[in-house]
Design a binder for this molecule. Sequence first.
Ligand code: FAD
Length: 371
Amino acid sequence: MLDWFVVGAGFAGSVIAERLASQRGDSVLVIDRRSHLGGNAYDRLDASGILIHQYGPHIFHTNSDAIVQYLSNFTEWRPYEHRVLASVDGQLLPIPINRTTINRLYGLSLTTEEDVEAFYAAQAEQVADIATSEDVVVSRVGRDLYEKFFRGYTRKQWGLDPSELDRSVTARVPARTNDDDRYFLDKFQAMPLHGYSRMFDRMLNHPNIAVMLETDYEEIRRSIPARNVIYTGAIDEYFGYCFGRLPYRSLRFEHLTCDCEWYQPVAVVNYPQDKPFTRITEYKHLTGQNHPRTSLTFEYPCDSGDPYYPIPRQDNQELYNRYRQLAEQTENVRFVGRLATYRYYNMDQIVGQALAEFRRIQGEFPPCAEP
Ligand code: FAD
């Protein structure tokens, strides 16, 4: 009998599988219904030989030395600081909004941080009770910036007006007063040197780990006995949607290659105003690949399709809590990862969650002492 049956070969499942096999010598089967490892972080060479991310751009960033150290067992890194521009009123402007954005958008020449803070304060609207996402933004930067940068993007992203979304969706508006145009401020920002898929291959390349792709848990759960299960799929699916489906927002990705060396000045350009897609990614900026052509992905948010973003509303959280209670009563199954916990997490957070789960397993089942 197998020691562990791991459902899902994304970060959550792969990290736990690797730890169980390499640190405990346990036998592990990893399955995934997709045809590849890596979950949503999967990357591949397209028909032109350009490395692209199948499920949209994945940029690694973290403040945790322990997580970098752990992943560095399986990859080297390419230093990369992510920068995003927004196409607004015919210009490409830094997002998060910063001093450059304000000066270029309004033809100003604000020089000090105090000037920029005073500008935001003069635009900001008084909102007595900050309840919605719209309230969060207009009370910080005013209605014009809200309309230009946030409203259209949010409507496309969530299919709802910011006035209908909980304040937690935009908990904090990153409106900077300096010229820092980095998208993330974490101390470690980098891309796996040879891509995510190579990193996952190395992580799962262990004699105690078997992998089955294009295999659904439902198909084989009864035919392969295992002492314990790590389940990183959707929690409502595990329980047969017995309380109803947890709502998700999905994305349609349109991948294409252009006959030019470069298409846009940075890896990601957001389209908060007129286009039906939310953003365009150009991968060579992320990967540093040299190639005479360039590959892009257009992202179109939609209601149906693979589950990507849990919809952050109170009633959805309550529905999740009912599934979580069932999960807590389910013996020998551990629910780990973004789909199993119905929450958006970055990759580093999922690695942290998986490593923490492994430490709990070590506590509950101490490895056999050496003879
Ligand atoms: P997943 O990667 O989704 O892996 C779960 C796997 O389980 C999937 O492969 C699925 O096929 C499999 N599975 C599910 N159910 C079953 C079943 N019943 N049987 C068999 N297999 C099953 N994070 C960042 O840090 N930086 C970024 O720039 C970033 N960009 C993102 C962009 C987009 C568009 C999205 C949607 C997410 C982004 N993320 C980013 C978040 C990142 O994708 C997640 O943190 C990470 O993928 C979560 O890993 P996971 O293992 O929990 O889930």
